[in-house]
Design a protein around this ligand. Structure first.
Ligand SMILES: CCCCCCCCCCCCCCCCCC(=O)SCCNC(=O)CCNC(=O)[C@H](O)C(C)(C)COP(=O)(O)OP(=O)(O)OC[C@H]1O[C@@H](n2cnc3c(N)ncnc32)[C@H](O)[C@@H]1OP(=O)(O)O
Ligand SMILES: Cc1cc2nc3c(=O)[nH]c(=O)nc-3n(C[C@H](O)[C@H](O)[C@H](O)COP(=O)(O)OP(=O)(O)OC[C@H]3O[C@@H](n4cnc5c(N)ncnc54)[C@H](O)[C@@H]3O)c2cc1C
Length: 668
């Protein structure tokens, strides 16, 4: 089988790995990316990005100052969006995200919020007339916008946002105001220096009543000078753990007037006389958050896939220590502990990517239904996107860190790309809803389902149908080789169901002794566990189902990866499976053996599996993970670019260390 990943001059060890591959990598790449046509488009986009020198970085961004990073990112995003004819603009999830990843890397920039939240909010929250006016301006890039919701004092609890929008029927205007310091908008991406417009979420007051948080479109800066408009104070919030090419910002309003029609009125409206028309569903205004939570799953999967690629490729070229004395140093990938550390991360990346496709499809279905005024699927997508977002971003962050540690000292260097990947991805645990908070949103959905089951209703959404099933009292398999996919699912369903009812009963008891909010708080750890099991079950089920749709010659290797994902979950929570004697110790031991078998079977294909994700060096931006495996000379080259090496002797030497040593020597 030909292998496009092998080229002359490559490291011998990585080449040998590639020669061992037992499946067709191109076919696997096509399966991973949704078909041969999609793969072909990726290659064309890559070719274009490589050919356009202006889309590149003049030096590794790790060596740039923050100001240089912001400037470099702004330059590239303008060039990138000058050339959007290179991609199919309607395929944001596929071509859009890939084009941006290749060009912008893991550094958000002046227009990330414009594309990820500002435009989607205009599309989702404006009425037809508003859409006509604003969308064309935003798409043409005549205005650049962000999404300003979070405040210094509140991000999670939206009902307590403090920015106010008082309607004045005399002038048919809203007056935006930040009555306190804690009302300052804080965090919005690209707000500090780049955006001149924002969707601002503020408490709407009309006819003397507060109607809760609503979105408004607000001009922040003068069009020509880019100076803040009167009554507006804004700026950058300073450096962060990651995404330092983005100017996340703060914003305060001092009685700023905007026209009535700057309230986004697709769902809620304020009439000229101040009459308020409420939306069909109270949370329709939260739609953009659902959109971002949905696309985040793919983004997170890509970050974990990249981390796994870097660590697995590096482990194939790094030789250290001997397994059999005097028989030569081995590739560190041969250590079982290394495989145990890395392969589950790759398995997770697959599970998350396949879930991302499902959530994309569900999101499109919900959007379609909403255009006909049907809100039926809203609770389901809210629960699924919130749950996936929480579990996936957490596991991704932990997984990236494992990959970094598995690369030893070189993993600590920014040359590895791990600090960038981690800094970027871990933000996902917080933005778009802090994970623990979002898990509790899922739990509300699950507790309602449990209540339905208790009431004897069989009318549960497919995603939580397992809660109503009776299920087996004991796990049935005898050996791991006879452990079928349906047994795995049924065992996970048992544990998830047990947890649902454990939390439900605890909550019911607590509610008899306290008000419902206090009762909820006293059960919230169990409720979060419930949500996690629900999501893990979904991920495993979806992964196994997806594998069964793979071309037959790819199924065996993918099945090993999917089983590793499931076995890893089961063995790391064995206690849950022993409860009520559901699983026996010998069965758990079989699954443990199953983990080792999967590691052993994946080992020869490990490098080819990560190659199948089709990351180009341009996207990975990692010296350790480079395709050719020639890590050591590349590390030396990378280090030479450090600004500290521009001169042989630093001026500070003559200021501090030099005089110190000279003085010390003169005294000897
Ligand atoms: C150039 C191309 C670029 C390409 C890039 C590609 C890469 C992309 C990667 C991503 C980059 C991202 C950049 C960063 C962006 C970050 C932006 C932000 O953080 S922005 C800031 C993000 N900020 C946050 O995420 C804030 C998080 N906080 C919240 O969302 C809310 O406050 C809350 C949900 C916690 C409670 O809300 P509250 O109003 O107090 O609610 P109550 O307690 O009164 O009632 C709960 C009831 O409501 C229901 N329900 C709730 N939501 C929804 C929904 N969406 N729908 C439906 N239902 C919903 C819920 O089920 C429950 O129902 P029930 O049980 O009663 O029947
Ligand atoms: C990188 C990044 C980019 C961002 N971009 C934007 C943006 O573009 N626009 C924007 O508007 N915002 C943005 N944000 C803000 C982000 O959406 C909020 O930080 C997030 O929603 C969490 O809110 P918080 O900061 O108020 O956290 P808090 O709610 O204060 O969380 C602190 C702790 O309190 C806990 N907690 C809070 N409430 C509860 C509860 N009810 N039950 C149990 N525990 C609770 C949390 O679990 C957490 O452990 C961004 C944030 C980051 C980190």
């Amino acid at each position: 089988m030909s292998n496009r990943w092998i080229q002359p001059g490559d490291n011998v060890d990585i080449t040998n790995e590639r020669k061992k591959c037992t499946f067709d990598i191109e076919k696997m790449s096509a399966f991973i990316h949704g078909g041969e046509d999609k793969l072909q488009r990726r290659r064309e986009i890559l070719e274009y990005v490589k050919s356009n020198k202006s889309l590149g970085d003049p030096q590794p961004i790790e060596f740039m100052t923050r100001n240089e990073r912001v400037e470099n990112a702004s330059r590239k995003i303008v060039e990138m969006t000058n050339n959007t004819d290179q991609i199919d603009g309607s395929d944001f999830f596929g071509e859009g995200m890939y084009y941006q990843a290749l060009t912008m890397g893991r550094d958000l920039h002046a227009m990330s919020l414009h594309y990820v939240m500002f435009i989607p909010t205009l599309q989702g929250q404006t009425d037809d007339e508003q859409l006509d006016h604003w969308l064309s301006l935003a798409i043409a890039r005549a205005i650049v916008g962000t999404y300003a919701q979070t405040e210094l004092g509140h991000g999670t609890n939206l009902s307590k946002l403090e920015t106010t929008a008082h309607y004045d029927p005399k002038t048919e205007e809203f007056v935006l105001n930040s009555p306190t310091i804690t009302a300052a908008k804080w965090w919005p991406g690209a707000l500090g220096k780049s955006s001149n417009y924002a969707v601002v979420v503020a408490q709407l007051y009309t006819q003397g009543e507060c109607k809760g948080p609503h979105p408004f479109i607000v001009q922040l800066r003068e069009m020509d000078t880019h100076k803040p408009l009167k009554g507006i104070t804004l700026g950058d919030i300073g450096p962060k753990l990651g995404i330092n090419g983005s100017d996340n910002g703060f914003l305060l309003f001092d009685h700023v007037r905007i026209p009535r029609r700057h309230m986004l009125m697709r769902y809620s409206k304020v009439l000229p006389d101040g009459t308020y028309i409420k939306p069909q569903h109270s949370k329709l205004g939260y739609g953009t958050m659902v959109f971002v939570r949905s696309i985040m799953i793919k983004d997170q999967a890509s970050q974990l896939g990249a981390a796994s690629t870097i660590a697995i490729r590096y482990a194939s070229v790094r030789r250290q220590g001997e397994i059999i004395p005097n028989s030569g140093e081995v590739q560190i990938l041969d250590y079982q502990t290394q495989q145990y550390r890395l392969f589950p991360q790759l398995a997770r990346a697959f599970a998350f990517l396949f879930a991302a496709y499902e959530i994309r499809d569900l999101y499109m279905k919900v959007t379609e239904q909403l255009t006909h005024g049907n809100t039926e699927l809203l609770p389901e997508i809210h629960a699924l996107s919130s749950g996936l977002k929480s579990v996936v971003s957490w596991d991704t962050a932990q997984g990236i860190e494992q990959c970094r540690l598995a690369c030893g000292g070189h993993g600590y260097s920014q040359a590895s790309a791990f600090p960038e990947i981690y800094g970027y991805a871990v933000g996902g645990c917080t933005y778009e809803g802090e994970n623990i908070v979002m898990l509790q949103q899922v739990a509300r959905f699950l507790m309602k389902a449990a209540e339905e089951v208790k009431k004897g209703s069989a009318n549960l959404a497919e995603i939580c149908a397992y809660i109503g099933r009776k299920g087996e009292q004991h796990s049935r398999f005898t050996s791991v080789d006879s452990y079928r996919d349906e047994d795995i699912v049924s065992d996970l369903e048992y544990v998830a169901r047990q947890q649902v009812f454990r939390a439900y009963e605890k909550l019911r008891k607590a509610q008899q002794q306290a008000n419902s909010e206090t009762a909820w708080n006293s059960c919230s750890v169990e409720l979060c566990k419930t949500s996690r099991w629900h999501v893990r079950l979904y991920l495993v089920k979806n992964f196994l189902a997806k594998v069964s749709t793979a071309p037959s010659d790819l199924r065996a290797v993918l099945h090993d990866v999917a089983r590793l994902y499931a076995f890893d979950i089961i063995t790391s929570s064995s206690g849950n499976f022993y409860e009520n004697g559901y699983m026996r110790e010998d069965q758990m031991n079989e699954i443990r053996e199953g983990v080792y078998k999967c590691l052993h079977r994946i080992r020869p294909n490990a490098v080819s599996l990560v190659d199948s994700w089709d990351y180009d060096d341009r996207e990975l931006k990692s010296v350790l993970g480079r395709r050719d495996g020639n890590v050591y000379p590349a590390l030396l080259e990378w280090a030479k670019q450090s600004p500290l090496n521009k001169t042989e002797v630093l001026p500070t030497f003559d200021k501090y260390l030099g005089p110190m040593m000279r003085e010390a020597k003169s005294k000897l």
